[in-house]
Design a protein around this ligand. Structure first.
Ligand code: SF4
Length: 625
């Protein structure tokens, strides 16, 4: 097997060479002569970002538990390293054994965000692997993809040989066993894909045909809607159903995570406390695709926290989930961690602010007041009801008042602009809410509050996503995005309030790729050809190159972004079953337009359909009371 050699002079010529050398504490080494399936986990972003990703650590340790399988890692080289590698004709390689990607059996990408798609093409190109699936031969690796964005597999369908729809811990062993047997029998790539297509959760795009209507969609120049997506070989199922973990406690956990040599974005131990979310925010894809809620027991969390802290020496632990407050017994868990590890800093994303949690946050952060975060998402109660975001202005104001009395001095507020039914009043409501927060601070006597206050208002643009009730919505156009942003900016006068906003064109592209179909692959290809990569990095994002790619590929923004879909729209992802059904999503869309709130799963079952594919979790009360 070929191994890449990296000259010192090359490493010394690039920023952060530790990104490219591997050999970190807790990496796994295996004898290549003893393995029969060699898998490279590829993160299509830079090392410092990818190494913070819990899914990478989980899958790396999980796949390496399998006998005969060796999973290595690879990240997108930063442009300085890419340039050096291309100049010296060094192919993209894995960090553990410096094996060129082209030599692997599988090259697997995780799809975490749409704006990483050009990096996938770039990594394949740097590896010398043909970009298009149809151009790969039996000697090339199988290119597989998974992760949240894989649930709309179509934009990358031409470049990916097979997708895995589901949670990483479940079906890979089955896939590798089938691969190993197939390799021994000397079968072709296509024959293997036929076997793979029959494994739960596996989707082989080339085994499906997309049929289009015979005239352009209303309001579009030339792009017709999809009429149907049909399997073209008997081995491919009509629908591919996501695969789920049933018991969180029976899984293994990466208690010996790899520890990077360089400072990464989040350098700490991470404990996943549960999966899924009981809330049904209508814009939120994670809240739908990760259903149902499945809890990890406190005993397991404590056991794994013990093991992880011993194996790493970290002084901070983060308890992750989509919504921390929904973990039953959260405070008991936090107290136990705090008592057992008084010197360990504990961080919790999305903790609801009340008197108890503030005290606890202070204790856990050992007196450091890191700032409070509220994801209010919309500026008025009316619009928060439309999106089903269960947070009220009163809760926010009560929370900040308590915080200010405890001398907290920083508040961050997150909102979206361009939500369905939004009016100027809703945007004005954002500025008003920020103003009321400042007034709460002023209302506290000087001696009882912090010396100064900083309120940060951040807005992103609403982007309709697949498998959400808002998947039928029209996205706001670029000019209107900008108008909304300018209007909000003009309404914020207070010097204590700082306003940050997101790039409008980037959001348009994100929306296009999120609801894209096979025809979108041409846009991704042209963008990459025009030099686009690391598109989620604002300093590297090349708007002009993307605009050129839109023209070259002929994709219409009016088709993908600005068109409200009819109820009967055939979505590019309709042949993927995530459990939550289309009828429920449409009902929720209509409820949203009427401002009707749907209670969370703990309060009532809204009949989302997840029961059909899951024998576990689901209705929280039934399973966990
Ligand atoms: S609380 Fe709402 S936004 Fe957060 S994960 Fe759940 S559904 Fe999504």
């Amino acid at each position: 097997m070929l191994r890449v050699t990296l000259p010192d002079s090359l490493l010394l010529s690039v920023q952060k060479p530790a990104r490219y050398i591997g050999g970190e504490v807790n990496t796994i080494h295996k004898d290549l002569a003893q393995i029969d399936t060699h898998f490279c986990f590829c993160f299509p972003d830079v090392y410092d970002v990818g190494m913070c990703h819990l899914g990478l650590q989980v899958l790396y340790h999980e796949l390496n538990r399998y006998e005969g399988v060796y999973c290595e890692r690879c990240f997108a080289p930063w442009p300085d390293m890419e340039k050096a590698m291309r100049t010296q004709q060094i192919p993209l390689y894995s960090l553990e054994t410096y094996t060129p990607l082209k030599e692997f059996d599988f090259v697997g990408f995780t799809l975490q965000y749409e704006m990483s798609y050009t990096n996938i093409l770039n990594m394949l190109d740097m590896a010398g692997i043909p970009l298009y699936s149809k151009e790969r031969g039996d000697e090339d690796p199988l290119v597989i993809a998974g992760g949240p964005n894989a649930y709309n597999p179509e934009p990358l369908a031409d470049f990916i040989d097979l997708y895995y729809m589901g949670e990483g811990e479940v079906e890979y062993e089955h896939l590798f066993n089938a691969y190993s047997a197939h390799k021994k029998s000397g079968g072709s790539r296509r024959e293997f894909l036929k076997i793979a297509a029959q494994i739960p959760g596996m989707y082989v795009p080339s085994f499906y045909d997309v049929i289009y209507e015979d005239k352009p969609a209303a309001g579009c120049d030339h792009m017709p809607r999809i009429a149907a997506i049909r399997p073209n070989c008997p081995e491919a199922p009509k629908k591919v159903t996501k695969v789920l973990v049933s018991s969180m406690d029976e899984l293994s956990y990466p208690t010996k995570p790899i520890i990077p040599y360089l400072q990464i974005v989040h350098d700490r131990a991470v404990m996943e406390i549960f999966r899924g979310c009981i809330h049904g925010c209508r814009f939120c894809q994670a809240g739908m695709i990760y259903r149902p809620v499945r809890l990890r027991s406190r005993e397991k969390i404590m056991q794994w926290a013990d093991e992880t802290l011993k194996a790493t020496g970290y002084d901070e632990i983060s308890l992750t989930s989509l919504s921390s407050n929904d973990y039953p017994g959260l405070y008991d868990l936090l107290r136990e961690i705090h008592e057992r590890y008084p010197h360990i800093n504990v961080s919790l994303p999305s903790l609801r602010v009340d008197a108890f949690s503030l005290k606890l946050m202070e204790e856990l952060a050992q007196g450091k007041k890191s700032g409070l975060t509220f994801a209010a998402e919309a500026g008025t109660q009316r619009l928060r009801d439309v999106i089903n975001k269960g947070i009220t202005e009163e809760e926010i104001l009560t929370g900040v008042k308590l915080a200010f009395e405890g001398k907290w001095d920083r508040v961050k507020l997150y909102f979206m602009l361009g939500l369905p039914t939004e009016t100027e009043e809703d945007i004005q409501g954002i500025a008003n809410l920020a103003g009321k927060i400042v007034s709460e601070w002023h209302a506290i006597p000087k001696e009882n509050r912090s010396r100064d206050l900083r309120v940060t208002v951040s807005t992103s643009f609403f982007v309709p996503k697949p498998f959400t009730p808002f998947q039928w919505c029209a996205q706001t156009d670029y000019e209107s995005y900008m108008d909304k942003q300018h209007f909000l900016n003009s309404q914020i006068y207070n010097k204590k309030i700082q306003y940050n906003c997101h790039d409008a064109f980037l959001s348009t592209l994100e929306g296009l790729l999120a609801r894209g179909d096979r025809r979108t692959g041409s846009l991704i290809y042209h963008a990459w050809k025009n030099g686009c990569k690391f598109d989620s990095w604002s300093d590297l994002f090349d708007e002009a190159a993307w605009r050129t790619a839109i023209e070259e590929s002929g994709v219409e923004l009016s088709y993908y972004c600005y068109r409200e879909r009819k109820e009967d729209e055939v979505f590019p992802w309709d042949h993927i079953d995530v459990g939550v059904n289309k009828k429920f999503l449409y009902r929720e869309y209509q409820n949203g337009l009427k401002g009707v709130v749907t209670p969370n799963c703990r309060e009532n079952c809204a009949g989302c359909g997840i029961r059909k594919i899951s024998d576990t979790g689901v209705c929280y009360e039934e399973n966990h009371q």
